[in-house]
Design a protein around this ligand. Structure first.
Ligand SMILES: [Fe+2]
Length: 318
């Protein structure tokens, strides 16, 4: 299949090969770089809007600086994570290293505990296990479209509270104590709580998407019991295998996903083998629900670990 961008400035044809039926495509004839021409960049954005995740093999020429420089291709500026530090010598590059707790084996959309969370993520593979370590993405637009009408009507009315202070252990039963400590001390060093509509209107495609994932603490207005069960119903529709794509990584691959229309899960099946990937995210808009209401950041406070550290410091100086 080809996507033509000849209406832009010059004739540009991307070689786009779908990977799964509902989400994901490989782009075969592009060498990613910050100075990619406007027509090719536009064609890539169109392909991303359609396929939700794009895979680019053989991008080993990229370094951290050129990785940071790719965000305009995807329609925005680079943005760093609200709590996790960037790697030394960079402004916006985050590293996920399996040796230091970087195992995102739980379904989520990146950074939804914040209101204007990133519109896209650009992930670059530096070290990949000989076997295992695949990533799976799910399409939250098709998940909404294929809900029974009764569930769509219900979802349309719902809002949910998202936070980074979620139950890390319950979503990762095999997490080490070190992983959990790092989650508390770094990831949840500042605790954010944001209310989002469960159904978000995609700002570029106008599609309705389900906005859930592991940062959801509660569906508003429901008991914890009902919230947990209802969350499960919608989340299971999102992650049905027919609604996903799975990518077998090679060193030098780049995957870019529309973080406004997907969830993802990094499979933790490679034991002590090293897996090291680096990520740059593209700044996004505050989500808007189908009634025009915008998501609201409700609170931003020091996490339990930071409060305890402050208490110790205060006691020491008293
Ligand atoms: Fe992620």
């Amino acid at each position: 299949m080809t996507i033509s961008a000849q209406t832009i400035t010059s004739k540009t044809t991307l070689d786009v090969v779908p990977v799964a039926g509902k989400i994901g495509a490989e782009v075969r004839n592009v060498r990613l770089s910050p100075d990619l021409d406007a027509a090719t960049s536009s064609a890539i954005r169109q392909a991303l809007a359609r396929h939700k995740v794009l895979f680019f093999r053989g991008q080993g020429h990229l370094d951290d600086a050129s990785h940071e420089g790719l965000t305009p291709i995807f329609g925005g500026s680079p943005v760093s994570h609200p709590t996790v530090p960037v790697i030394q010598g960079t402004r916006f590059v985050h590293e996920l290293d399996s040796q230091f707790g970087g195992r995102a084996n739980s379904w989520h959309t990146d950074v939804t505990f914040f209101d204007a969370f990133p519109k896209a993520s650009i992930l670059r593979a530096l070290t990949i296990p000989a076997s295992g370590g695949d990533t799976v993405w799910a399409n939250t637009a098709t998940a909404y479209q294929e809900l029974p009408a009764e569930l769509r009507d219900l979802a349309d009315k719902l809002w949910a509270l998202h936070t980074n202070d979620y139950d890390y252990q319950s979503t990762r039963p095999k997490a080490s104590p070190e992983d959990e400590r790092r989650h508390r001390e770094v990831f949840a060093s500042t605790v954010y709580e944001t209310e989002h509509p469960v159904v978000r209107v995609h700002p570029e495609t106008g599609e309705r998407t389900l906005l859930l994932g592991h940062f959801v603490k509660k569906i508003l207005g429901l008991s914890t019991f009902d919230s947990t069960n209802l969350f499960r119903v919608f989340q299971d529709h999102i992650t049905r295998l027919e609604n996903t794509v799975r990518w077998r990584w090679a060193v030098g691959d780049v995957a870019v996903w529309d973080n406004q229309a997907t969830q993802h899960y990094a499979i933790n099946d490679y034991g002590d083998q090293r897996r090291l990937v680096r990520r740059v995210t593209v700044n996004g808009d505050v989500p808007i629900g189908i009634d025009g209401r915008r998501s609201v950041l409700k609170s931003k406070v020091p996490g339990a670990f930071a409060k305890r550290a402050e208490g110790v410091a205060a006691a020491a100086s008293a």
